[in-house]
Ligand binder design. Structure first.
Ligand code: MG
Length: 161
């Protein structure tokens, strides 16, 4: 017999480049650089989607939304998150809560966290209090420290209905 609760973790990285909008946690953030990817490259949402899919043992975001598929070119990642929430519901799971960490040297993430919580909770259909978002730098070390990219980690718990 298995426990009624299941956890999942997700991790993602996208490269920072010029002439791209910076979408993070479902929110457009003013910055000189943006994240590169087939979709809008929202690294926080992608990590969250993978954590949710992992908790439900439903493979990963690339399996459901391949970057070779023109339907997902430039897509708003909030649409992917809504679809992932639907897949979990379809498999008989209730979303519990998520804890997300975004690693970026710049821009400052903290002022945008309440808007991100609101945006993600709306997609999942959960209370805002069930979405935690934390920001950190990597003390100028590594690719995030050199501002070559942004990474994100997410942990999620779900339960059987
Ligand atoms: Mg990604």
């Amino acid at each position: 017999m298995s426990l009624p609760y299941r956890i999942g973790m997700g991790f993602d990285v996208h490269r920072l480049v010029a002439d791209r909008a910076l979408w993070l946690g479902g929110v457009l953030i003013p910055h000189s650089l943006g994240l590169l990817g087939h979709s809008d490259a929202d690294v926080a949402i992608h990590a969250l989607c993978d954590a949710m899919l992992g908790a439900a043992n439903l493979r990963d975001i690339g399996y459901h939304f391949p970057d070779s598929d023109p339907r997902y070119k430039g897509i708003d990642s909030k649409r992917l998150l809504k679809e992932v929430a639907r897949l979990l519901e379809e498999k008989g799971y209730i979303f519990g809560n998520a804890d997300i960490t975004i690693c970026a040297e710049r821009p400052k993430i903290n002022p945008h966290i309440p808007a991100m919580q609101q945006a993600l909770a709306e997609c999942i259909g959960c209370p805002v209090d069930d979405i935690s978002i934390k920001a950190t730098t990597t003390e100028k070390l590594g690719f995030t420290g050199r501002e070559e990219g942004i990474s994100a980690y997410a942990t999620v718990i779900i339960a059987h209905k």
